[in-house]
Design a binder for this molecule. Structure first.
Ligand SMILES: NC(=O)c1ccc[n+]([C@@H]2O[C@H](COP(=O)([O-])OP(=O)(O)OC[C@H]3O[C@@H](n4cnc5c(N)ncnc54)[C@H](OP(=O)(O)O)[C@@H]3O)[C@@H](O)[C@H]2O)c1
Length: 315
């Protein structure tokens, strides 16, 4: 596993970490999910990303069980939903997350999506308070557009050359098929020696189901290194300085492959081949409102109903 050591902060982060979106949604999968995370820890993927939103808090309980006897060796990240963006609500939300994970702090706490319900100064004030209270060692944001990130970085006092301690974290989609971050957000994070957490590196699983020239190039690069297309796809964003890739896997075989991809070093020629096979959209990441909680509740309710019907008919 290769590691990232951002600035002088004393952090050592594996370039491949573990995501948990979708974990905790079915109690029958709880044991498998805990075991998958723990296998990932054994293989070096000791950074885990969760959120109060995932599984309506149940994902954090899965994480809590996985880290119960190894908390000190894990870099733990959670995210606060924007409806809790006000400083007091942020603190309450994080305290509830900590209770679910049975720990007294997270290593990084991020605001999950931008919101216009609070001015950036207030959001930064809330994040700084989490840090000052020791509930979060580091703070950051997720899915923020360029202009809002600039303001947040300034409000947190983390501009290049003027950083008052701490590392800025920004979580964004980054994969072969979604390279919008390369335009402005990645340079912005690099500028303050921060960490970009690359989410959905396999396009939530879709990337590997694609056919066509992009996939042919991916298979070609993978073949030359004797690795799987998934491993080559994870090694692509991991090749960027300042990037930690968040890969989600509930299957032990996938966990094993993903951890091994942390040792893969793609050559400049491989990277160029992949860049030209997967064209980058000229669009930057703009401001968009998060999918509503109502949407997630409906989807989550629908999935649970299908699962319980499936269980009933199978029994
Ligand atoms: N901040 C945000 O708004 C945001 C948004 C999306 C995601 N995220 C974070 O980023 C994490 C990763 O993104 P994601 O969950 O969207 O999806 P992803 O990691 O791009 O893809 C996950 C899917 O790929 C499969 N997979 C994993 N490893 C594989 C391998 N080696 N070979 C073949 N298939 C493999 C998984 O299957 P199995 O599970 O069956 O193993 C799962 O279906 C999330 O879990 C979450 O922590 C954050």
């Amino acid at each position: 596993m290769r590691y990232l050591e951002p600035s002088e902060a004393g952090l050592r982060l594996p370039v491949i970490g573990q995501g948990t979106w979708g974990f905790g949604e079915d109690p029958r999968r709880h044991k498998q999910e805990v075991e998958a995370l723990r296998r990932g820890f054994e293989l070096g993927m000791t950074l885990v990303d969760t959120a109060e939103l995932y599984g309506a808090g149940e994902s954090e309980r899965v994480v809590g069980d996985a880290i119960a006897d190894c908390r000190a060796s894990i870099f733990l990240i959670t995210k606060i939903w924007p409806s809790h963006a006000e400083p007091d609500a942020m603190r309450r939300a994080l305290e509830a997350s900590l209770r679910r994970m049975r720990t007294d702090h997270v290593d990084a706490c991020l605001l999950h999506w931008p919101t216009k319900s609070q001015p950036i100064q207030r959001i930064a004030q809330g994040l700084r308070a989490l840090k000052d209270s020791g509930l979060a060692r580091e703070v950051g944001v997720s899915n923020f557009p360029t202009a809002m990130v600039r303001e947040t970085i300034e409000a947190l006092g983390m501009q290049a050359g003027r950083r008052q301690g701490g590392v800025f974290f920004h979580e964004l989609p980054y994969s072969l098929e979604d390279r919008r971050v390369e335009l402005t957000l990645l340079p912005q994070v690099k500028d303050v020696e921060g960490v970009l957490l690359a989410y959905s590196p396999l396009g939530h699983g879709r990337l590997l189901r694609h056919q066509g020239p992009g996939f042919d190039a991916l298979r070609g690069v993978a073949g030359r290194h004797g690795i799987s297309p998934a491993q080559a796809a994870l090694a692509f964003p991991a090749a960027e300085e300042g990037v930690v890739v968040l890969a989600k896997a509930a299957t032990k075989g996938h966990v094993q492959e993903n951890a091994e991809s942390g040792d893969v070093v793609l050559s400049p020629e491989d990277l160029d081949r992949l860049r030209s096979a997967f064209l980058r959209s000229a669009k930057d990441i703009g401001f968009s409102l998060p999918p509503s909680q109502a949407f997630f509740s409906l989807a989550y309710g629908g999935i649970s109903l299908m699962q319980s019907l499936h269980g009933r008919y199978r029994a």
